[in-house]
Design a protein around this ligand. Sequence first.
Ligand code: FAD
Ligand code: NAI
Length: 472
Amino acid sequence: MSKAFDVVVIGAGPGGYIGAIRAAQLGFSVACIDDWKNAKGGPAPGGTCTNIGCIPSKALLQSSENYEHAARHFKDHGIEVKDLTMDVTQMLARKSKVVAQNNDGILYLFKKNKIAFFHGRGSFAGQGDGGYQIKVNDETLTAKHVIVATGSNPRALPGVAFDEKLVLSNDGALAIPEVPKRLGVVGAGVIGLEMGSVWRRLGAEVTVLEALPTLLGAADESIAKEAQKAFTRQGLKMHFGVNITGVKTAKNAVTVEYTDNAGAAQTLACDKLIVSIGRVPNTAGLAPEVVGLQLDERGFVVVDDECRTNLPNVWAIGDVVRGPMLAHRAEEEGVAVAERIAGQHGHVNFNTIPWVIYTSPEIAWVGRTEQQLKSEGRAYKSGSFPFSANGRARALGDTTGLVKFLADAKTDEILGVHMIGPLVSELIAEAVVAMEFRASSEDIARICHAHPSLSEVTREAALAVEKRTLNL
Ligand code: FAD
Ligand code: NAI
């Protein structure tokens, strides 16, 4: 096989492997390099998302939700479960199987699209007439175009390294071998809430310590308030405005020292501690200095709006560059960059990238929040509708939450849609499509939605913008 390629992608996370597939579809010769190893040392493409992120976390969320339904909600349906038990080893084995299926799926896609896959760490080795030289294991590849898609790593508390036994990153949080009695979580962000939910549902007493004064600062305030109420009702303990001053580990326990929002010294004793305080870009081993690839002061690869770096024909996408650290954002950038290399007009609309938090209730949004519109001084109108007034939600036995529309006061164009409730991870897609087509709230209000369905809540919220809901 020739070692000269039109496109070499470094990293096979959702950004890298999708970018590689799109480039191959466009007729380029493509190589993709990734160093992730499975338990046997073999290749495990898919990156953080597939191995220790999106996919395994959703597998555990599903298992723990099933358990919680059996433990708490089945009896409402007349179903009695005697001697219910939770086999954590089996739950983790199922999670690993789901991950492996996804790894295998990506290897199959590489073959199908004739992408040369190299298992190892890729690093810049130089630049010459034929393009860039990339070293992987003992081989040197030449690339006309390079796409850097090397992802991110968890951020540790200063001076507190992850040991993955007591102090856990997302990696350890997805592999706790038995339900801890007391689980501490530092950071009430997306990972803290999702992983906190998994272990709380299985019986852990979960306490979350958050530096900011409120929950989910990036979400619409009204949705964040609903979420806080729901999580508190479920027994999740959350302390806001804390300052972590120390973490001490003993043989089987962790003590977190912090000051609370009144400045008083406090301690939290727990059996395991998840630290989920954000992620940092990963360029370890890439050797960006060899070719002069520019990084910013926080270690992100510097790119323009179209993912061009400071070097000609070197592109960077996903978690290693600015923007929300989301798998679907990385994928969109991968597709767009491949199309730009082909001289097409790849496009990523940052205004319509949805956010989903897979807790129960689920949280999802797209576009502007009410607080953003206020601070921008934009005139808007809003309408919301609760799941408690929806027949399908009642039949499901899950009536928490609401859908809220924000629309331009004059033109009625939808500016943001915010959801909390059952299966809003799926419902948000309608709002994304609507915003991508620059629909008005009236457009959604006039569309026939199936009855009975949760999507009727979306339509009713759109009707609520003009204060004409039908079922409330
Ligand atoms: P990554 O997925 O990090 O992949 C980068 C790959 O490059 C890795 O395989 C890495 O080993 C490899 N690599 C790095 N350097 C080199 C090198 N020099 N040579 C060879 N290979 C290299 N996002 C969502 O949208 N939805 C979710 O539900 C979601 N859940 C998440 C849950 C958790 C617990 C975590 C931690 C993250 C979650 N995310 C979620 C975020 C999502 O995982 C990331 O945004 C996404 O993986 C970023 O994709 P990427 O391709 O940029 O990088
Ligand atoms: P995050 O950015 O979502 O949340 C981190 C939280 O920690 C913030 O609330 C922050 O204020 C707090 N924090 C920071 N420093 C702190 C400190 N010293 N003490 C106490 N609190 C502190 O980051 P998280 O949860 O680590 O997740 C990383 C990223 O992974 C997310 O931003 C998201 O992009 C992605 N992700 C996406 C998911 C999804 O789409 N469903 C699921 C999980 C992760």
